[in-house]
Ligand binder design. Structure first.
Ligand code: AHR
Length: 554
């Protein structure tokens, strides 16, 4: 067990000397010396309300996401509701999925929403954006879009889950008029317009009431290859007159790729060229960050830099987390630049694509493009990322994990009648308790993890998380990233005391563990009760784990 002296030394190196002297971290703690870590939750330092939409999802007409993932068809032997996979709906209700983004991604800027409405048998077949890069094993409907799933089906899916829809409009290849018409189709009052009648003919008399609208996707790349200035001009034009029908509309601009600070700065400069009033038209600024480079600094090549989803060593484990940790500096960096022009910070960040991206080879279903097998590593990564979002509630209005099913950081895998919840899906379930809570500042103090990064000493933090308050219940989520060592922590709430509660933990003895159609429950959360002594809780966080503590406060 690490001595107290070392503990303090490591804590200091982890969080900085200023922090200890300013916050008297150890005051009031029991001093038995058994715990090597400490977590302090500061009730009197609220950070802001954690938007439920931070727990959002992303679905694209790509690989097996829509066809086979969400849509199985009305005549399928797979249990379904109007063609939508029932088990998926049931699971998404359990995790309180708040919002789903659709129809892309890159697909969005080649999609004509009109292709996906009207009688299914009459809908056209089109070449999917991802067609050229689909493998030869991919089914035909992954390459050639049948449009059997379109706006009506997607919005019914959202209704079944009880979540909001976030639609991404095509800026690259459709005129602004088509954006207005899509809004009209979705939101115009019953019986008001020809499009409202078309909607009613499809069985949807009442408006869908879609609030969130993306104005293009990755407009710096697949979404039109614009310069930031060009895109800002397009954004002003597309959002200048959009019919409201009494529905609040929240427009989300296509933001930067990773650390493209210039994209953010130049967009904002151009947006306000005709006055800062234009800031009102921008609800959110979309940041995309995929964690893909596991080369340990050897290359920046998009293909060469990737690692394997399942076959990895302990250094790869830490590398993924280190790369993922960059998200925090991206949020801070873009936020600061936005603030140079948007001084009141009216515009929030929307991290509408995030997650690890590995090289091909671990697909549960051969031919499913960009599908990968989420392991315990991705669960720890996802817990860490959601904690990070929770710690910035004033900045982040929404986040959407890429993607929901059969693609990248999937919460679910499905193939015909087979289905499973991945370790990532379980983390979303465990973290849903934070939604809508008051975020609180936390101080984590734990020994650093030391590891050998190709002959060079490297470190990673030992314990981190986030907290939110829900009346008298405190929700505290904690990640222990250490591949082999548990961490025992004293948990104290400044301004109150802890009584008792529950701890739900996701972990496994094998860091590569994952769920498959055959072994659906290999990695699953376990819940037990916890009891505080003298208002302080001692809790052991297993190696390679994610934990949700729900604690009644004194
Ligand atoms: O999520 C896969 C793709 O990654 C999306 O279509 C695109 O927006 C991003 O580059």
């Amino acid at each position: 067990m690490l001595g107290r002296r070392n503990f303090l030394y490591n804590s200091l190196s982890a969080v900085g000397a200023l922090f200890l002297s300013k916050n008297s971290l150890l005051s009031g703690a029991s001093d038995s010396g058994a715990a090597n870590s400490r977590i302090e939750v500061l009730l009197d330092e609220p950070l802001g309300i954690i938007s439920q939409n931070i727990y959002g999802h992303f679905t694209e007409h790509l690989g097996g996401v829509i066809y086979d993932g969400i849509w199985v068809g009305e005549n399928s032997k797979v249990p379904n509701v109007n063609g939508i996979r029932k088990e998926l709906v049931d699971e998404m209700r359990k995790i309180k999925a708040p919002v789903v983004r659709y129809p892309g991604g890159c697909f969005a800027d080649s999609y004509d929403w009109r292709d996906g409405i009207g009688p299914a048998a009459k809908r056209p077949k089109r070449t999917n954006f991802w067609s050229d890069s689909a493998s030869s094993a991919a089914p035909a409907n992954h390459k050639y879009e049948t449009n059997q799933f379109g706006s009506n089906e997607f919005l019914r899916f959202c209704k079944l889950i009880g979540c909001e829809a976030y639609l991404a409009a095509n800026v690259r290849s459709l005129p602004a008029e088509q954006f207005y018409r899509w809004v009209e189709y979705c939101n115009s009052p019953a019986g008001s317009t020809t499009l409202a009648e078309e909607r009613a003919a499809a069985g949807f008399r009442d408006p869908f009431g879609v609030q969130f609208w993306g104005v293009g996707n990755e407009s710096w790349g697949c979404g039109g290859n614009f310069t930031a200035q060009e895109y800002a001009v397009e954004f002003r034009r597309y959002t200048e007159w959009v019919p409201r029908y009494g529905q609040q509309l929240s427009f989300i601009g296509s933001g930067p790729n990773t650390d493209d600070w210039n994209w953010t700065r130049e967009f904002f400069e151009e947006l306000v060229r005709k006055g800062t009033g234009r800031l009102h038209s921008l609800y959110g600024w979309a940041l995309h960050y995929y964690t893909w480079n596991l080369s340990r600094g050897r290359t920046m090549d998009w293909v060469q830099g990737k690692g394997d989803a399942v076959k990895f060593d302990t250094v790869d484990w830490y590398e993924l987390l280190r790369e993922g940790e960059r998200t925090e500096s991206l949020i801070d960096g873009h936020w600061q630049i936005m603030g140079e022009i948007d001084r009141e910070h009216q515009v929030k960040l929307v991290v509408d694509e995030w997650g690890p991206w590995y090289r091909p080879g671990s697909e549960a279903t051969a031919g499913d493009q960009l599908e990968q097998m989420p392991t315990l590593r991705d669960a720890v990564f996802s817990g860490m990322t959601l904690d990070l979002f929770n710690r910035h509630p004033e900045k982040i209005a929404m986040a959407n994990c890429a993607q929901l099913i059969n693609c990248l950081n999937s919460l679910y895998l499905a193939q015909e009648d087979k289905f499973c919840v991945t370790p990532v899906g379980h983390v979303f379930g465990m973290y849903s308790a934070h939604q809508g809570g008051q975020g609180l500042r936390t101080i984590f103090s734990a020994p650093l993890i030391h590891y050998d990064r190709d002959g060079k000493a490297a470190t990673f933090w030992g314990l981190k998380g986030s907290a939110s308050l829900h009346e008298k219940e405190l929700v505290l989520t904690v990640v222990n990233p250490h591949v082999g060592e548990p961490s025992e922590a004293e948990i104290a709430v400044r301004g109150s005391g802890i009584q008792s509660g529950t701890a739900t933990t996701l972990t496994h003895a094998d860091i590569h563990a994952h769920n498959t159609f055959e072994e659906r429950d290999k990695v699953k959360p376990e819940t037990s009760s916890v009891e505080a002594r003298s208002k302080i809780l001692r809790h052991t966080f297993p190696a390679a784990s994610v934990t949700t503590l729900k604690l009644a406060l004194a």
